[in-house]
Design a protein around this ligand. Structure first.
Ligand code: ADP
Ligand code: MG
Ligand code: MG
Length: 251
């Protein structure tokens, strides 16, 4: 069954059309990768899906679990099970990472967890992400290193168990070890086979140990090619150049 259906979606940012008629479908438990050069509109799609009010939907439809959601707020979409890991997550002084996860859970994101199970799952996820026990008591993203910010996002994802997680450039700016750790966190989410993933990236490092069902290439606000996991390897070898020549693009 389809978790997400995007039909002919057009999006404006500050009066300028950035996405021009995007079609994309994501099934339950599937992992989709969205690649493309800088400025293609990948993050714009993530923000539009999540309901960021700066991204104005000017045409098309977004269906999430059988329901149209273009009019829903970001908060409603999060409670319905959508999760977006930002390229640059906000610092939230006064709110601990643990406090944030607990309040998201009690606001109806994710399943209900008893306290003891919660502590157990949290400890397991933190170990997997190589975060030490005190990390959860630190103020959310305040003074976090690049790697800690990304690990904190993955920790949130593992605890909230979204229906659809959108990870935007989760590997950018990370060293080799941190990429591997983050990738293990994503793998653990995949193993559950419940949530779907849309991984937005312009590098292929985070994908090396992950199973990929579909790869989409976005250029200039359009999806120009869709393939399977092997497309990632082609992009690794040849870059985006072959997709940027209009004659090579399938329409
Ligand atoms: P990508 O994530 O593929 O690198 P983006 O979605 O960030 O691409 O950007 C696509 C285009 O939209 C770029 O030309 C960018 O300048 C523009 N854009 C994106 N977000 C904003 C914004 N908040 N304000 C102004 N322009 C934006
Ligand atoms: Mg960018
Ligand atoms: Mg981006």
């Amino acid at each position: 069954s389809q978790i997400l259906q995007i039909k002919k979606l057009s999006v404006n940012v500050e009066e300028k059309e950035i996405l021009h008629g995007i079609d994309l479908q994501i099934g339950k438990g599937e992992t989709h990768v969205l690649m493309g050069p800088n400025g293609a509109g990948k993050s714009t799609l993530g923000y539009a899906l999540m309901g960021n009010p700066r991204y104005e939907i000017t045409g098309g439809e977004i269906w999430f679990q059988g329901k149209r959601i273009e009019e829903e707020s970001a908060d409603q979409r999060a409670r319905a099970g959508m999760f977006l890991s930002f390229q640059n997550p906000l610092e939230v002084p006064g709110l601990s990472l643990n406090g944030f996860i607990r309040s998201a859970l009690s606001a109806g994101q994710g399943g209900k967890l008893r306290f003891r199970e919660y502590r157990k799952e949290l400890a397991r996820a933190m170990e997997l992400l190589q975060l030490d026990g005190t990390f959860g008591e630190r103020e959310l993203n305040v003074g976090f290193s690049g790697g800690e910010k990304k690990k904190s996002e993955i920790l949130q994802m593992l605890m909230l168990k979204p229906v659809l997680a959108i990870l935007d450039e989760t590997d950018s700016g990370l060293d080799v070890d941190a990429v591997r750790t983050v990738s293990q966190g994503v793998e653990a989410f995949q193993k559950d086979r419940k949530g779907s993933l849309l991984i937005i990236t312009h590098s292929t490092r985070i994908l090396e140990s992950l199973h990929v069902d579909y790869t989409h290439v976005m250029v200039d606000g359009r999806i120009v090619t869709t393939g399977d996991g092997a497309l990632v390897e082609q992009i690794n070898r040849e870059g985006f150049e072959p997709f940027m020549n209009p004659e090579a693009v399938e329409r």
